[in-house]
Design a protein around this ligand. Structure first.
Ligand code: IYT
Ligand code: CU
Ligand code: CU
Length: 286
């Protein structure tokens, strides 16, 4: 049927003609076959009819996709705080959901049974006081030299909008990432939003509490990589021989001026990163 490490996607139209709000995610996944599930929101999925193979880089949507949920084997599922919802539907920019399922070990499918893994979304049309969103920090230019013990990918942007309240974070690299850390910098002081090994299940983990980001702050992230075991340079790219450096912040924002998606792709300056806490270069045991 299909091979191990297959990524399959399916699209679902947002089931309403007006705005609605996702207030809870209920995962259904068989631990022995599903490695991870990601839910994206977008306007134009690659297909709207059947499932498709979405293993390659941008195999989910024709336009820009934004991540809304991640389930990973052996990681606790993310809950949205009370009064917080992802806004979807007509005027929200999200008209389709795309669910990506990474099937790790397919030996369990030798009997050709149907797989019922998936996700239930609890939705309401009642406007929520706070809107959930994603802030993605990603490196676009990191090069990891072969054999070099430590390479840092540093990303930072000034934050110039209404306050956001981070409540979960997710890290993503491929094999060479050791630790990924995200911070708010206010008046020169670094406060950690989250820090995790990207070699652990890449789910959304709870963020450090009681920390908001407001106009005038800087948001920063560092991925620490090792080039050990490689014999040529490693670049940012879509295959497992390439690397990525991503720090996702899931936040909520007052619905009056909510922004559902923001990103930062600027390289952080050496001056700024002189003051990053030492923990950002301490590997996490896996
Ligand atoms: C080059 C790179 O870092 N790609 C990441 C981040 C990314 C996600 C989305 C970039 C774009 C997107 O539309 I959604 I442009 C990346 O591909 N990360 C993977 C998944 O694709 C989401 C990950 O697991 O975080
Ligand atoms: Cu996976
Ligand atoms: Cu990647």
């Amino acid at each position: 049927m299909f091979q191990s490490d297959t990524y399959l996607c399916m699209a679902f139209p947002v089931p309403t003609s007006r705005d609605s709000y996702i207030v809870d995610f209920i995962p259904h996944a068989s631990m022995d076959t599903v490695h991870h599930m990601l839910l994206f929101g977008c306007q134009t999925p690659v297909s709207t009819t059947s499932y498709w193979d979405c293993g390659s880089v941008q195999g989910t949507c024709e336009d820009e996709a934004s991540i809304m949920y991640a389930w990973a084997r052996n990681a606790p599922p993310t809950k949205l705080p009370k009064d917080v919802g992802f806004k979807v539907g007509r005027n929200s920019g999200t008209s389709y959901f795309v669910l990506q399922i990474h099937y790790g070990d397919v030996t369990a499918f030798r009997d050709h049974h149907r797989d019922c893994s998936g996700l239930t979304l609890r939705m309401t049309s009642k406007p929520q006081p706070f809107i959930a969103g994603i802030y993605l920090l990603m490196s676009v230019d990191t090069v990891i030299l072969p054999g070099k013990k430590v390479t840092n990918a540093d990303i930072a942007c000034d934050y110039t909008s209404y306050p956001i309240y981070p409540f979960a974070f997710r890290t993503h690299t491929h094999h060479l990432g050791k630790v990924v850390s995200g911070y708010r910098i206010r008046d020169g002081k670094w406060s950690m939003i989250g820090r995790q090994s990207p070699q652990l299940p890449q789910a959304f983990y709870p963020a450090n509490k009681e920390l908001n980001v407001k106009n005038g702050d800087t948001i920063a992230a560092r991925c620490m990589f090792t080039g050990e075991g490689r014999t040529s340079k490693t670049y940012i790219g879509g295959t497992s021989a390439d690397e990525m450096c991503n720090f996702y912040i899931m936040y909520y924002m007052d619905s009056k001026h909510a922004i559902p998606y923001m990103n930062c792709m600027e390289t952080g300056s050496n001056e700024l990163f002189q003051d990053i806490p030492a923990e950002a270069n301490v590997p996490i045991a896996v």
